[in-house]
Design a protein around this ligand. Structure first.
Ligand SMILES: *Cc1c(COP(=O)(O)O)cnc(C)c1O
Length: 378
């Protein structure tokens, strides 16, 4: 093995080609750096890809989720049902509107919102349901939507990790009142910073366009502000990058599939570690590759050993309810959401990007094998 000659593997990385440079350059050569045609082209590309009537580009996944929460009418003292096994932004956007995230625990296999736990959490203050598509596996939207419709609640899907994922063959985002994708550089496709809201609701689409643009009215008269708005716009350079990435999205996802398949094949030979669970109903859009360790293996010890060999790996996710700010504000404790906590304690995201070579996968797996053998035991 050539394992020892390598110096390390990056945690993630964008996959950029000539087309990206070409489209971004086209913007640089023109006069329009914001509010221009690239944003419109990019929106159309994503709307078509997901099969939705509207796509509205925004400055990040977080700002997109914030606007979706606003569209759902979430306000002071309201409750939004969501999970604590996510990136902190999905709960923070509820706090932005002085409402309360009501956490319910996740399915122990997919780590997504367990539909069976929703109804017990609904109260007269519940204003929306906000499920997450963790790691690029779409959540069970048919079940979630059925419950939501029965209680006349909108569903906001945090699909920031799941563009192109499917559940029962249906695209992530397609069954939500609004769904949000994110394009930070470690996601499946990137705009640098950026996000996209998709919806089939004409009224929400119009509202999103107004809210992201300082609350301007639909006539877009430059200084006519009809509501409290924000500057959550995506600029033309970012949109050009996004358009080029959207054109290549199937290819980008296929390359990630290949890397995930290599990992899964290699990991089958190792004891004490499990590859990611993929439901038979799911088609993954691989965002991260997250393994689970058996109880007798110390995840943190393995992580430390990998780091010694230039292999970054991260606990993913650290549960939101155990984040210092949430503990301080809401008094959450260990034991509140046991399935989420077990996942948080035993999961590790390995280096993963579309351009990862087979040799890099082998390097990571070989050091995982050694770490589990020597240092991974508690
Ligand atoms: C990336 C991500 C976000 C936020 O995206 P930004 O573009 O970084 O604001 C939100 N939720 C989840 C689950 C994410 O992974």
């Amino acid at each position: 093995m050539t394992v020892e000659t390598r110096t390390g593997v990056p945690m993630s990385g964008p996959d950029l080609a000539e087309r990206e440079i070409e489209l971004v350059s086209q913007v640089l050569r023109g006069p329009t750096l914001s509010i221009g045609p690239m944003v419109e082209h990019f929106e159309r590309a994503i709307a078509d890809y997901v099969g939705m009537r509207h796509a509205v580009a925004v400055s990040s996944g977080t700002t997109g989720l914030h606007l979706a929460v606003l569209a759902a009418g979430v306000t002071d003292g309201d409750e939004v049902i969501t999970t604590p096994f996510s990136f902190v932004a999905s709960a923070n956007v509820v706090l932005y509107e002085r409402a309360r995230p009501v956490f319910v625990d996740v399915d122990p296999l997919t780590f997504n919102l367990d539909p069976n736990r929703i109804e017990a959490a609904i109260t007269p203050r519940t204003r929306a349901i906000l499920p997450i598509d963790a790691f690029g596996q779409a959540c069970d939207m048919p079940a979630i939507r059925e419950i939501a419709q029965r209680h006349q609640l909108p569903v906001i899907e945090d699909a920031c990790e799941a563009i192109g994922a499917r559940w029962d063959g249906v695209q992530a985002g397609a069954l939500a009142d609004a769904a949000v994708f994110a394009f930070y550089p470690n996601k499946q496709m990137t705009t640098g910073e950026g996000g996209m809201i998709v919806t089939n609701r004409d009224d929400w689409s119009e509202l999103f366009r107004s809210l992201r643009n300082q609350g301007r009215g639909p006539d877009t008269a430059w200084l006519n502000h009809v509501r409290l708005g924000y500057n959550y716009r995506l600029d033309e350079l970012s949109a050009a990058l996004g358009l080029a990435q959207a054109e290549r999205l199937d290819d980008l996802l296929a390359k990630r599939d290949r890397v995930a398949a290599l990992y899964t094949e290699r990991l089958r030979e190792l004891d004490g570690i499990e590859p990611p669970y993929v439901s038979p109903r799911a088609t993954m859009s691989w965002f991260v590759y997250v393994v689970r360790f058996a109880p007798e293996v110390s995840r943190n010890a393995v992580m430390a050993r990998l780091a010694e060999h230039g292999i970054p790996a991260r606990p993913y996710f650290v549960p939101i309810h155990l984040q210092p700010f949430y503990v301080e504000r809401f008094g959450y404790r260990r034991g509140d959401f046991p399935i989420t906590e077990r996942a948080g304690d035993t999961c590790l995201a390995l280096p993963f990007r579309s351009t990862q070579t087979e040799a890099e996968v082998d390097y990571v797996v070989e050091h995982l094998r050694r770490a589990i053998r020597d240092g991974g035991k508690c």
